[in-house]
Design a protein around this ligand. Structure first.
Ligand SMILES: [Fe+2]
Length: 319
């Protein structure tokens, strides 16, 4: 089973006290790295000779579990950021009070547990134990040591790569910033799902109303030599801060579609991407489709492409 990259679920430029640069680096390098590691280890498992020693199989299964955990926990982590951390819905307050005595007591333990990992590494999770029918704050080391039959509803990454760029060794400041940005709506949806024994909701924020391509689908088309016009439609203020773009793409200003639309071939599919896939790429795609082009937006934008290990090229000057 091939693990696909999900688009970054949170708008990374909107966080309070956590930089876009750090969050995007975390997504592209660490989350993307985990997805790539998982696919690599699964390819090795699929190709493993039946006569391979048990120690080899054991090592690969261990690596697979670590990578699976890292992928899932990073998706939960990015998916539970982007809110106003002090706005805890009443129903969540009631659940925390029921299981921890008070919201303050829950927070004290959750934050204290995170601080206990400062200078080390691991995850701090608020989990729902199906077995015990109750919530629990726990540490997950190696991305994989979760309590038996528990579903994480809030995930805090305490690996140094999650905060060092913005906060240096000041883990306390990072934990404070994380708590300010918790998206309790996402936590509430997860909580509702686990209470009803449903699967956790997807953290993929893609616009399903518009035709799109995943970065894996685009890579497969390009690898087969299918003709695709790949457009980089990041806003000028964004592209001017970057030095590279997707290999084979050309940058076109999303605010000046009329100036360049005539250059496009009308009988070749168009793939449009922006930075993260939230709206700019979608808007350009919509315009092109209204004008008769077979245009699709790339889910997750160029960030998902980089996270998947896609090739990049130096960007020509935009003038
Ligand atoms: Fe991480």
């Amino acid at each position: 089973m091939h693990q696909e990259i999900i688009p970054i679920p949170v708008r990374p430029w909107t966080l309070n006290g956590i930089s876009e640069r750090m969050l995007v680096s975390h997504y592209e390098n660490d989350y993307g790295g985990a997805v790539r590691a998982l696919n690599a280890v699964r390819a090795e498992l699929a190709a493993l000779d039946a006569k391979a020693p048990g120690s080899r199989l054991r090592a690969l299964k261990r690596e697979e579990l670590i990578a699976m955990g890292s992928v899932a926990l990073h998706e939960l982590y990015f998916g539970n950021l982007g809110g106003e951390g002090n706005k805890i819905p009443d129903n969540i307050r009631a659940i925390l009070e029921e299981h921890f005595g008070s919201v303050a007591a829950w927070r004290r333990e959750f934050v204290g547990t995170a601080q206990s990992l400062a200078g080390g590494s691991g995850w701090v999770l608020l989990t729902w134990s199906r077995r015990q029918r109750r919530l629990h704050n726990q540490i997950a080391l190696d991305h994989s040591q979760a309590a038996v039959d528990s579903a994480p509803v809030l995930a805090l990454d305490m690996y140094e790569h999650a905060y060092h760029l913005d906060f240096g060794a000041n883990a306390t400041a990072y934990i404070d910033a994380f708590m300010r940005n918790v998206d309790w709506t996402a936590v509430a949806e997860r909580m509702a799902a686990v209470h009803a024994d449903r699967a956790l909701p997807s953290d993929d924020p893609s616009d399903q109303s518009l035709p799109s391509l995943s970065v894996e689908e685009l890579a497969a088309r390009l690898a087969k030599g299918e003709p695709v016009q790949v457009l980089d439609a990041r806003p000028r203020h964004h592209i001017s801060r970057t030095v590279d773009l997707m290999e084979g793409a050309v940058w076109r200003d999303p605010d000046r579609v009329e100036e360049w639309i005539g250059e496009l071939s009308s009988d070749t599919p168009v793939a449009v991407y922006c930075a993260y896939g939230f709206h700019v790429g979608c808007n350009v795609t919509r315009t092109l489709r209204e004008r008769g082009f077979d245009a699709r937006y790339i889910r997750g934008g160029v960030s998902a492409w980089y996270a998947a290990g896609g090739a990049r090229a130096l960007r020509p000057a935009t003038g």
